[in-house]
Design a protein around this ligand. Structure first.
Ligand code: SF4
Ligand code: SF4
Length: 531
């Protein structure tokens, strides 16, 4: 494949097959045990562009006529210019500029990309490719170099609808895990380049996966949560959670909601309330036992730490970040603690600094160091023998590589899990679960199949390797993933490979492991039910 192929109206650039992918350990050394990568249906092929690699995350439709194509190209160039001006790119101009200008094409970053490695090193997934295309387009259409200079420098890539469609899909073959950025000696961030391409497509062309936009940020701003949970529905769920806690614990716990002046406002990813309520229960039990002055919020968006704007659109991002702070200010809490959700950490604790100035900049922290302190300072009586099963730890990219929160979760697991084992590599060198940057919720057409087979492959490989000595399905094993999105991806990944049936591998959060180890708990908190 050559970069100039990107603008050619021809067959797809890559046909990816499972035989091409990197090998997996036992039992998937038998290729027939792994799922095929699904193709699009005949109807989908006629309607949507899949000329990159046969996969569609965005559902891009062909333009109706020449006039529409010209309009799309004009808007794209307009967006490209905006990306490079301070008044329009108030979030990431400098790191984007740096990443476009200073790459020396040494290609050292490539072998650090889980997608590129897992794919069997397919050129199209090389981390530097998106940047190289964008750079060439900037030279030609923004800096307007002469045709001689463009020809000599190889920057004469034509911008047409086909180029835009392929580049758009390519921006959604990168999980923004930033493993490549860590490997780059010049600090070039190819993940950021993917993110900025997504931003251009969303803000100028209205192109974004519906799970991130309509069902994500738009729904969250309208009803209070990207899950569709309204403030009223939340109250019902909390009542259910309280009665479930009573059943498991043998005692009633009143979950504080909208308590003014509390020390801590805890915000979960609202996906927990629907899919993993045991995580919400575990936090409530821990905070109650440790006498923490805390509250949840039932205010619009105060109960959903999700901010999918982080992955594709600055405007949507800012709207949600500001709303989170308004909720905290109204309750007059001292600080916000983000529950087990990696992207919410990045959104609210880190990137929101670009928006939250002055008295909006109230303290925002991860819940993981708080949980570590409770264990280390002996605020909770635990008996590690209760967690007498093999446990490994998945490092969510946004908590660990981005924020450097590496040790607190390990300190907890070393104290409460006698058979805690590290995957290799781990910590800041971890591999993404494959569901980062919103991938975990994108259900468009055949994208989930690609996500399991390709972007999640390195994580699956690591998990199988760390449990090889106990791989029999008769031995129950726990992948601790302290992130709601990572859990969503692991659920889909394990389902598609039948990892639970074939290998006995479960997943869950860290708060559940803490509660499972509590000395006074009469029966196990972890129920090993697949969901
Ligand atoms: S991004 Fe960094 S590591 Fe990769 S090719 Fe460019 S300079 Fe080299
Ligand atoms: S951010 Fe992650 S997925 Fe994206 S190119 Fe870099 S290493 Fe690959």
């Amino acid at each position: 494949m050559r970069i100039s192929d990107f603008s050619k109206k021809k067959e797809r650039l890559l046909k990816i097959k499972k035989e091409d992918l990197i090998d997996l350990p036992y039992p998937y050394n038998r290729r027939d045990l792994e799922p095929d990568i699904q193709g699009l249906t005949e109807d989908q092929l006629k309607t949507f562009d899949s000329s990159l690699d046969g996969i569609s995350a965005l559902g891009i439709r062909m333009p109706k006529d020449r006039k529409e194509e010209e309009e799309i190209v004009r808007k794209f160039i307009n967006g490209l210019q905006k990306l490079l001006t301070p008044e329009n790119n108030w979030t990431f101009l400098m790191p984007l500029y740096h990443s476009l200008e200073y790459c020396v094409r040494c290609q050292l970053c490539n072998d650090h990309c889980p997608v590129y490695i897992a794919s069997g090193k397919k050129e199209i997934y090389r981390p530097t490719l998106r940047g190289e295309i964008l750079r060439r387009l900037v030279e030609r259409y923004v800096k307007k170099r002469s045709s001689v200079v463009l020809k000599l420098s190889g920057c004469d890539l034509e911008l047409n609808w086909q180029t835009i469609a392929r580049l758009g899909e390519l921006a959604y073959r990168c999980t923004l895990c930033r493993r490549c950025a860590m490997a780059c000696p010049l600090g070039v961030d190819n993940g950021l380049i993917s993110r900025e391409i997504r931003k251009l497509l969303s803000q100028e062309l209205g192109l974004a996966p519906k799970e991130l936009h309509e069902l994500g940020t738009v729904q969250q701003l309208k009803v209070g949560s990207s899950t569709g949970i309204t403030p009223k529905a939340l109250k019902n769920i909390i009542e259910f959670i309280e009665s479930d806690i009573e059943e498991k614990l043998g005692k009633k716990i009143k979950i504080p909601v909208d308590k003014e002046g509390a020390e801590v406002l805890l915000i979960h990813n609202a996906g927990e309330y629907l899919s993993w309520p045991e995580n919400v229960e575990a936090f409530a039990i821990i905070f109650d036992l440790a006498n923490i002055d805390w509250t949840l919020s039932s205010d619009l968006m105060g109960y959903d730490a999700v901010n999918y704007g982080l992955w594709y659109d600055d405007i949507q991002f800012a709207r949600i970040a500001i709303r989170h702070i308004e909720v905290a200010k109204k309750l007059k809490v001292k600080k916000i603690n983000v529950g087990e959700c990696g992207h919410a950490h990045k959104a609210l604790v880190v990137v929101a600094d670009r928006v939250l100035t002055g008295d909006m900049n109230i303290p925002r922290e991860s819940a993981l160091p708080l949980l570590r302190d409770l264990i280390v300072k002996g605020k909770l009586k635990v008996d590690p023998k209760k967690n007498n099963f093999p446990v490994t730890l998945h490092d969510p990219c946004n908590v660990v590589r981005l924020m450097g929160i590496v040790e607190p979760q390990r300190e907890i697991l070393r104290r409460i899990c006698p058979d805690f084992r590290e995957m290799e590599p781990h910590g800041i060198h971890n591999y993404c679960c494959g569901g980062g940057s919103g991938f975990a919720i994108i259900q468009s057409m055949n994208f989930p199949s690609w996500r399991s087979s390709v972007s999640g492959r390195m994580k699956l490989k690591q998990i199988l390797e760390v449990f090889q000595d106990v791989i029999s399905p008769d031995v129950k094993k726990y992948v601790c993933a302290p992130c709601s999105n990572c859990k969503g991806q692991l659920r889909d990944l394990f389902n598609s490979f039948k990892t639970n049936e074939l290998c006995g591998i479960f997943y869950g959060g860290i708060a559940e492991l803490i509660v499972n180890a509590l000395e006074d708990l009469k029966k196990p908190f972890i129920e090993w039910e697949w969901h």
